[in-house]
Design a protein around this ligand. Structure first.
Ligand code: OAD
Length: 250
């Protein structure tokens, strides 16, 4: 893989970096992406399955769909791309992962500094009283569970279309983007806002913007460097290059 001299020089000195990830980083683990030929939104309707209206119309269907996705995610493992980002956290003093994914694979790979902009499928809460709800409380009964405290419907702790992003995670992500000298946009179609504005925020605050994706996206023209290919191949190579650059500079 050919890296620019600029990126190699930056690798030697960088102290603040962010990796912004989307469904593409989990594709090689076997988690389906949303857009593209085999994407989820080609087969399912987001307004039915990922919106409050859809949930209120048919909570059991939405609950079952998330249960299905939970089973897929429980059965897969983080891949070389997730593990490479977990290693970068140890190599760059201020390194954050900002993810649109709800699959928890970054944490499972060992990343600890993770901001989840669209929630986490492993968590649930009561839509009436807000109480967190652990799956085991329902003992696998079919259909949407009810809150043991108030009887309200339990929903997955994910962000649906039309909903606000979790405020703290969003503010922390914007700060990380603004502080970054180096910003990676990885495996995202960069189509869903406000998350997709982060690479531009970072770049306009001086970050060098590197995109990693097998396909060009609306971001590609703006990116300072486009590394075309799967994250599971490119990211481990970047960790090696980072390692070399660090070694040479000490
Ligand atoms: P998308 O499905 O829109 O985009 C996935 C991207 O990953 C595409 O650009 C692919 O080219 C790329 N890709 C595929 N395989 C890859 C690989 N091995 N390595 C790297 N990249 C690869 O997914 P997101 O951009 O994450 O929101 O979608 C953003 C949001 O839209 C999701 O968080 C979800 C969805 O609706 C909500 O549910 C709120």
């Amino acid at each position: 893989m050919t890296l620019s001299d600029r990126l190699r020089r930056l690798f030697a000195t960088v102290t603040h970096a962010t990796a912004f990830t989307g469904a593409g980083i989990s594709a090689e683990s076997g988690v389906p992406t949303f857009r593209g030929a085999d994407g989820i939104w080609n087969k399912m309707r987001p307004e039915e399955l990922a919106s409050m209206d859809g949930f209120l119309r048919n909570p059991d269907l939405v609950w079952e769909w998330y249960a299905h996705r939970k089973r897929i995610i429980a059965d897969v493992r983080p891949n070389a791309g997730h593990f490479a980002l977990a290693r970068m956290e140890h190599m760059i003093p201020h390194f954050a992962v900002v993810t649109q994914n709800i699959d928890n694979l970054h944490r499972r790979a060992g990343s600890t500094h993770v901001f989840e902009l669209h929630g986490n499928i492993e968590r649930n809460y009561c839509m009436q009283c807000g109480r967190p709800y652990a799956e085991e409380e329902g003992r696998g009964a079919p259909g949407v569970p009810r809150c043991p405290t108030c009887g309200g419907k339990i929903r997955p702790d994910v962000v649906w279309f039309g909903e606000m992003l979790p405020e703290e995670e969003w503010n922390a992500s914007v700060r990380a983007a603004e502080d970054s000298e180096l910003f990676f946009s990885i495996g995202t179609s960069a189509a869903v806002y406000p998350a997709a504005s982060l690479p531009v925020v970072a770049q306009s605050h001086g970050a060098y913007l590197v995109e990693i994706n097998p396909e060009p996206t609306p971001l590609t023209e703006r990116a300072d460097e486009f590394l075309q290919g799967p994250a599971g191949r490119i990211l481990p190579a970047l960790v090696e290059a980072l390692h070399e650059a660090r070694k040479a500079s000490t």
